[in-house]
Design a protein around this ligand. Structure first.
Ligand SMILES: [Zn+2]
Length: 458
């Protein structure tokens, strides 16, 4: 056996070279017909042949390399028990198949068993970071990334096409959910150091850059637990609460920092707002807070960003104003002119005078009366959140386009597929992974995932 061979040669590199040579010999045989036929094969034919044979060849190389590099571990006879620390003797050698992107290989590794703790273990697995699943972490992270963009069936289809590795869509599903579990807000949202770095890159030293936090909800198709749709009943739309944090760069360019979206209620979402508040160096930026009419948004802003400038989304506001205009004046030019003049005065931060005017208005009918009253309440609730002209001058956005595009890009494009109804837990795992990729923190998520795997082995 190869393991024995390792013992007799001292230079490990020389051992590897000898073993890899055998792999080359095996590979060359697969190309023999090209040399015998006489006809010149095309590049496509050669490429196909390499694709068919490369994994067997590289798998053999990988196996040889590990047998050389890990020679000491492969012949390890004693190991200390991870439970009690007692030294235990090797029980046997277990062979296992390992699948990586370059190729598959078989690893014979020592198995130890501690009778006191009743626990068996393979120390080499942890040294080499070999996970229990057949497909290793390199495959798992690529699958998760693909499945974050495409429906599971399509993701595994592309993966198999490109790598030659057969994986099931169930494996894709399981892997994404497991990685999503480790994609906590702590890792998915960049840390303070990274946020500071992005601020400094924009800062001209003279004025503080404008940093925008926008909150919004998006409706996600969710379903209850259970097997078939007929049995478990219909799905329903639930609100995913989300925020986007970004900087205003030159020419009103958005410099993205973080997106975070989860189907949960406002009180559970608060933790994540507290987290983001703790990571923003608030003295380095001018903070603008954007939102629509939903009260949960403004309550959170008040609590965590008392110094921030609150701005009510311009379009949300103008929708309200136009609705009242049409109730009062019908779909007329008068209605438009009235609504535009209201928006102009709100832009000049004259909510007080707009409210006074509304109170003096004679409603044209019952609907108009209702609409006027509701607009008065709305304007009173958001009294200090207009002043659009001044905000624009200071470089703050007045519309929530930033969060809306995040809603669309993170949530809708992957979650809202025809016929797709998600378990809330799986929907949230998917959203977290998508946020991590978008925020540039996917690598840290994978580190977390890896750590969770080896914690369990210990
Ligand atoms: Zn023990």
């Amino acid at each position: 056996m190869a393991v024995v061979q390792v013992l007799s040669i001292t230079d490990p590199f020389e051992v590897f070279r000898k073993m890899a040579h055998e792999a080359v010999d095996a590979l060359v045989e697969k190309f023999e017909d090209f040399f015998k036929k006489g006809d010149l094969p095309t590049v496509t034919e050669i490429s196909e042949r390499f694709n068919e044979t490369k994994r067997a060849f590289l798998g053999q190389c990988l196996e040889s390399m590990l047998q050389t590099l890990a020679a000491d571990f492969l012949r390890q006879e004693y190991a200390s028990c991870p439970g009690c620390g007692r030294l235990v003797r090797r029980k046997r050698i277990d062979k296992r198949k390992v699948s990586t992107i370059p190729g598959d290989f078989v690893l014979p590794r020592p198995y130890f068993y501690c009778a006191d703790c009743g626990c068996g273990f393979h120390p080499l697995d942890e040294h080499l970071e070999i996970v229990q699943e057949l497909h290793q972490l390199d495959i798992q992270q690529k699958i998760a990334k693909l499945a974050a963009d495409l429906p599971y069936e399509r993701a595994v289809e592309h993966f198999t096409d490109l790598t030659g590795i057969e994986v099931s869509s169930h494996f894709g599903h399981k892997t994404l959910n497991a990685i999503g579990k480790e994609a906590t807000a702590e890792v998915v949202i960049p840390d303070m150091e990274e946020i500071s770095r992005r601020i400094d890159a924009l800062s001209d030293g003279a004025s503080r850059p404008v940093m925008v936090l926008a909150l919004d909800g998006a409706h996600m198709p969710t379903r209850p637990e259970g097997g078939r749709a007929e049995k478990r009943g219909p799905g329903k739309y639930k609100e995913a609460k989300g925020f986007r944090l970004y900087l205003m760069g030159p020419d009103e360019r958005i410099v993205h920092i973080a997106s975070w979206h989860q189907v949960k209620d406002a009180s559970a979402f608060e933790e994540e707002i507290a987290l983001i508040a703790s990571r923003i160096p608030q003295d380095k930026v001018k903070i603008c807070l954007l939102g629509d009419g939903a009260s949960w948004i403004w309550n959170l802003y008040k609590k965590y960003f008392p110094e921030g400038t609150e701005i009510l989304d311009y379009f949300h506001c103008s929708e309200h104003v136009f609705e009242t205009a049409f109730c009062q004046y019908g779909e007329t030019l008068d209605a438009r002119e009235w609504a535009e003049s209201v928006m102009t005065r709100l832009g000049l931060d004259m909510a007080g005078s707009v409210i006074a005017g509304l109170k003096r208005m004679k409603p044209a009918n019952e609907d108009a009366e209702k609409s006027i009253l509701s607009l008065i309440t709305y304007l009173e609730n958001h009294k200090y959140r207009f002043g659009y002209d001044e905000h624009k001058k200071e470089g703050c956005p007045i519309g929530s386009g930033g969060i809306e595009s995040s809603n669309k890009f993170i949530c809708h494009t992957r979650i809202k597929r025809s016929g797709a109804w998600w378990l809330k837990e799986n929907c949230n795992a998917m959203l977290r992974v998508r946020c991590a990729i978008y925020n540039g923190t996917f690598k840290q998520v994978i580190e977390n995932y890896k750590a969770s795997k080896f914690k369990k082995l210990k």
